[in-house]
Design a protein around this ligand. Sequence first.
Ligand SMILES: Cc1cc2nc3c(=O)[nH]c(=O)nc-3n(C[C@H](O)[C@H](O)[C@H](O)COP(=O)(O)O)c2cc1C
Ligand code: SF4
Length: 471
Amino acid sequence: MSKLFPHLFSPAKLGSRTLRNRIVFGAHTANMAENGVPTERHVAYYAERALGGAGMIVVEPMPVHQAAVLTRGNFRPDDDSVILHFQQVTRAIKDHGAIAIQQLYHVGAHGDSDNSFHAHWSPSGLPSYHDSDGSHAMSEGEIWETIDSFVQAARRCREAGFDGVEVWAAYLGLVDQFWTPWTNRREDQWGGSLDNRTRISREILTRIRETCGLDFIIGLSVSDEPDYAVALSRQELAEIIRLHDEQGLIDYVTCGTGSYLDFYKIMPTFLYPEKLGTDLATTLKAAVKKALVVAESHIRTPENAETVLGEKAADLVSIVRGQIADPHLARKAAADRPEDVRGCISCNQMCWGRRSRDYWISCLINPSAGREFEWGGDRFTSAAIKKRVLVVGGGPAGLETARVAAERGHDVVLAEASSRLGGNFLLAGLQPRRGQILDLLGWYERQLSKTECRRTTEHLRRGLGNRLFPS
Ligand SMILES: Cc1cc2nc3c(=O)[nH]c(=O)nc-3n(C[C@H](O)[C@H](O)[C@H](O)COP(=O)(O)O)c2cc1C
Ligand code: SF4
């Protein structure tokens, strides 16, 4: 039992399952599919986070319909052939003790026809305000086709071994477009009153329950966008979630931040405050009687997560980039070793940065992210032959090389000309709001001091001459 994080490491009952702790690895488009199916890159990526202790993993979203396809790395929608491939993903997650959920999404007006080769569908045919492509107002038939595509996608998830699904109603995607009066100007049974605007989500969730059974977990993800008057307010969202909760349609609700109107708030950089999704979570926690509430967005560290739970702002916490950067965050925190967690520096450079350019994601400070299947993750086996390794330069690349070599048992000398490690990262870390970079350098210092890696400036002086490094 963790002394430092008692709330975080208390089990949680979610629907028919029990989570071993309250840390969720929330949904994100890792963009790792090839030909529309998950690959060994994908399987090993999630296996590493399950092995690292996460209680629940929400696997990258499945676009439920061809109209919802957004990226080159998206999964193949509308096709039972994916089931066999996803069985490998669910097995890897569940074998390591985590609950496996898949997010189901439809972006509505924000689709990318360069990848979907399909028209975009939305409640009232409005532009995206994010992408340049337009959309048309859905016909009655297209609405029912979409509802059925959510249900069929959920059925595939069940057959693939997932414990449940998370229906995406966040960020002004299709479901949110129906909920929001500004984007839903319909005058039929799908627009106008609250009952009408929520009909689509209630139909989707009711039919998923009927098809997949009462023991299948159903989550809903929503987001907070207080800076835009046209978006739903927290109270309006609370009313919608209360309705779904009262009707027993959801087991949990995840609270993210931002939307397609303000994309950067979805994965907040160092410019934004931490624990950003907590305010919405607090509001929704007061609205629900049955569903668990998950706080998400810039929670980043086990310390933040424990605070959110300790304040009773949420029942679970989602840490996405924090577990991309350190897949073993949960395991280290459970052992009361938070100082060993490599903290995400909120830079978005290799996770969102690569996703936005339509590559599979990685991490600026964890080069093994996305390469777990080749490198065995952020874990080390002893080298068969111990070698003497000289690493020249204690910048970020030198520090990581020295760490990995030392962890593998090599005899490492790290030669750095200056008296402080970090190279250009030291300079970068001195900028306003970039203290997380200095924390990272502190982490390297701690990790190296646990190994037999020796530091010197002497090798450089002797090897390269005093010319370069006059004393
Ligand atoms: C590369 C990347 C892709 C993402 N894709 C999705 C997505 O497909 N669906 C979703 O609901 N959220 C997505 N998100 C948002 C995350 O779920 C999460 O809300 C966000 O990263 C903030 O949480 P964090 O600070 O713990 O990373 C994505 C985030 C990242 C970094
Ligand atoms: S690339 Fe940057 S923001 Fe993304 S997970 Fe890594 S450290 Fe965090």
